[in-house]
Design a protein around this ligand. Structure first.
Ligand code: FAD
Length: 320
């Protein structure tokens, strides 16, 4: 059967959920062959095998930690040489998209980024993208080289599909380019204990209607009741009420969770661009004419200072 390379996103051997989603999509196209590099790579094999990886190609070495991106491209190129896959799938993180682009250039291949689905087409894999603030859905196929496709988090379910997961050491030749940009230091971000915004299954966002940093704990409490990440509109982050890293939208982060709850957000096109592919959208807004209500599945017309605490309390009661 045809093989499909899946580039593994992991932290010291802990595989991140978007990679498991990629394995679900890869199984539609052929036998998934995972490529895991860097510290802890060998430790990824168990979970990758449980989710369908027939082979796990690993490479470790100081280059992966000491230099930016290019050593990982070298490893993916080596895996490509060892496997001759019908497609290469990567997560849609900023780093993996750079790896995808560099890999595509090196192998003379076409690249499609930010897919929300991948289908096995008759003439090769078809990537589904959501374009122009989700006003259009496009279906595209790479016509040169091997299709290189990055897929947004939450685009596919995670499913158990036990496979051999045979671990093989990958021989990687590092190019001169690999050592062009050295990492000088790393500072871990302070953890909120909440899921990563771009990967979260549920996102609760606050906008200008939250009316001050001192009120954002209301949004956080609702998020915590649901195990959600917290997002914010640009109006809220520009006002200094919440960190810029939490901005959702055209000039912020793109999210595509199962559930997106917008509180006190009007629904400007630039905000919609970052959240419109969410599976279920709920808005709380006191203005019944707010544009956000044009795209919601459920709309609550009301004051968020009344609605959000009641919603949080009800969810916590039902969970108890
Ligand atoms: P507003 O538009 O002011 O809406 C606030 C809403 O809160 C209103 O609908 C109001 O009815 C409601 N409200 C007020 N009080 C309450 C209450 N007590 N209870 C319930 N509802 C209440 N924006 C982004 O979000 N992300 C981006 O990435 C982004 N990129 C941009 C890029 C460019 C180039 C430009 C020009 C703009 C960008 N913007 C972006 C800004 C965007 O155009 C809007 O200005 C912004 O999204 C508005 O944020 P908001 O909805 O929080 O505020």
């Amino acid at each position: 059967m045809a093989e499909v390379l899946v580039f593994v996103d992991h932290v010291d051997g802990a595989v991140r959920k978007p990679t498991l989603e990629l394995l679900t999509l890869a199984r539609r196209l052929g036998d998934p062959v995972a490529v895991a590099v860097g510290a802890g790579a060998a430790g990824t094999a168990g979970v990758l095998a449980e989710h369908g990886a027939v082979r796990v190609l690993t490479a470790q070495g100081p280059e992966f930690g000491d230099y930016l991106v290019v050593p990982q491209v070298d490893a993916l190129v080596a895996a490509f040489g060892a496997v001759s896959p019908v497609a290469v799938l990567l997560p849609s993180s900023a780093e993996a998209k750079e790896i995808a682009a560099r890999f595509a250039v090196r192998t003379g291949s076409g690249v499609i980024t930010d897919a929300v689905d991948v289908e096995a087409g008759e003439a090769g894999p078809v990537a589904v993208q959501s374009a122009f603030a989700a006003s259009f859905t496009t279906r595209s196929r790479v016509v040169r080289g091997v299709p290189v496709i990055t897929v947004k988090p939450n685009s596919a379910p995670v499913g158990a599909a036990p496979a051999a997961g045979t671990v093989e050491e990958l021989a990687v030749e590092f190019s001169d380019l690999s050592t062009a940009a050295r990492v000088l230091s790393r500072t871990p971000r302070e953890s909120t204990g909440r899921p990563e915004l771009t990967e979260a299954a549920i996102v609760v966002s606050g906008g200008r209607g939250v009316n001050g940093a001192e009120n954002f704990p209301l949004i956080e409490a609702l998020a915590d009741s649901l195990g959600a990440a917290v997002g914010a509109s640009r109006a809220a982050v520009d006002a200094g009420w919440y960190p810029h890293s939490s901005q959702v939208g055209q000039t912020g982060k793109s999210v595509s969770p199962q559930l997106y709850i917008a509180s006190g957000i009007s629904g400007a096109i630039q905000h919609r661009a970052g959240m419109q592919t969410s599976k279920t959208i709920v808005a709380i807004n006191k203005d019944a004419e707010a544009p956000i209500f044009d795209l919601v599945d459920y709309g609550i017309v009301g004051d968020l200072f009344d609605v959000v605490p009641q919603l949080t309390e009800e969810i916590n009661t039902r969970k108890a």
